[in-house]
Design a protein around this ligand. Structure first.
Ligand SMILES: [Fe+2]
Length: 386
């Protein structure tokens, strides 16, 4: 039997109304002042107020940094650190989708680590430079997608390279997650669909990734099942709290599962955000069926399991038929939740492919893809998706 290390450490408080447990959860920490990290959309949606009310009940002082952008850049981190230091904070609360939560993690990192952010990049072994002396971090997701609230990595676009860069360390993990489905009901249809497809992609890519991690495999299969049973409902009726709750769980399962690894879909999606400005989940959703097609020659058996998790009766199907059924199910789900069919429809042009492919091959995620990827493969998959 292979040897491995399995770690599942996050304390998650899940359920409708759990936002009201913030005072109880915070009482477990010694806090002088907390920094709330968010974006302007959350401020407008009144979600920051919901958190500050709880902090007032808890008697915890706070400062707010709400400058995080949709596809966050390095400067967002430095701006947040400035607010953190100027206000002598000693705790961080991230609220929002993946962007504010990732930037919150990096603010924690940079508040105690002095090297430039690029030195911590995972692809150059940056995790070895990250020690445990980070401030404690509470994550409050308001979207069901990245699962960043339970993830140990953060993605940010570095100024020097213009690339989306993954920074990874177990020390970036939140100490406590408040996962309240009621906070996600205001997410519009398009974002519900795109973030939900990101959750599906995490579960699916983790299941196909070539590392040995049977625990993550089990989580990924159940995560895919939850997405296939609930994403259409959440898109159709944003107030369906059962569907919203199941999607929130599926997103966390995706991020827990991808400690096993991700794959080529994410390597292709990252440049689509930095170069073409696409939402991360939307980029994944459009590329995913083509990446599955690319992987099928080495992963047909696993793709049959994916088809089964997505609701297909696979008992009588051949390997090829089962793998095709998985791709068809993803295409159908994309169509049902209103994802555009190809990259052209979202403004990506064929002449961008060489630049996109160059960045994709440098991205770390495809290193655990079940099939080895070359630069030409990246070009071919983009070309199929355009
Ligand atoms: Fe993702």
């Amino acid at each position: 039997m292979k040897k491995a290390i399995f770690t599942f450490p996050t304390h998650i408080v899940f359920g409708n109304g759990t936002i009201q447990t913030i005072p109880k959860e915070l009482s477990k920490f010694q806090i002088k002042k907390a920094l709330i990290v968010a974006d302007k959309g959350l401020l407008q949606a009144g979600l920051i107020d919901i958190v500050t009310q709880q902090l007032e009940i808890a008697g915890v002082q706070y400062a707010i940094y709400d400058g995080v952008q949709g596809n966050p850049i390095e400067q967002d981190v430095y701006d947040g650190v400035k607010v953190y230091t100027n206000n002598v904070c000693d705790f961080v609360i991230g609220i929002g989708g993946g962007s504010p939560l990732d930037i919150a993690k990096l603010i924690c990192l940079k508040s105690t680590h002095e090297l430039p952010l690029e030195e911590y990049e995972d692809s150059i072994g940056g995790h070895k430079k990250i020690s445990s002396n980070l401030p404690d971090f509470m994550a409050i997701p308001t979207a069901a997608g990245t699962g960043s609230e339970v993830g140990r990595s953060a993605v940010v676009t570095l100024e020097s390279s213009g690339r989306k860069t993954v920074i990874f360390s177990p020390h970036l993990l939140a100490k406590v997650v408040i996962a309240d489905p009621e906070l996600t009901v205001g997410l519009p249809r398009g974002l519900t669909a795109a973030t939900g497809m990101d959750a599906l992609t995490h579960n699916l890519e983790a299941y196909l990734a070539k590392n040995f991690h049977p625990i993550c495999d089990g989580i990924a299969l159940e995560g895919m099942k939850l997405v296939s049973e609930n994403l259409r409902r959440a898109v159709e009726d944003g107030t369906d709290l059962e569907a919203r709750g199941n999607m929130l769980v599926a997103a966390m399962m995706g991020a827990i599962a991808f400690q096993k690894g991700l794959g080529v879909t994410h390597s292709l999606a990252h440049p689509l955000s930095t170069v073409s400005g696409l939402h991360h989940g939307l980029a994944n959703a459009i590329v995913l069926p083509h990446a599955m097609d690319f992987n099928r020659q080495v992963s047909a058996g696993r793709l049959v399991d994916v088809a089964s998790a997505l609701g297909v009766e696979t008992g009588s199907l051949s390997l090829e038929e089962g793998a095709q059924a998985a791709i068809d199910q993803v295409l159908m789900l994309c169509q049902d939740v209103g994802i555009p069919q190809n990259l052209s429809q979202v403004g990506v042009e064929a002449n961008q492919i060489p630049v996109l492919a160059e960045q994709a091959i440098q991205d770390i995620c495809h290193q655990l893809n079940p099939r080895v990827c070359t630069l030409q493969d990246m070009i071919d998959i983009y070309s199929a998706a355009i």
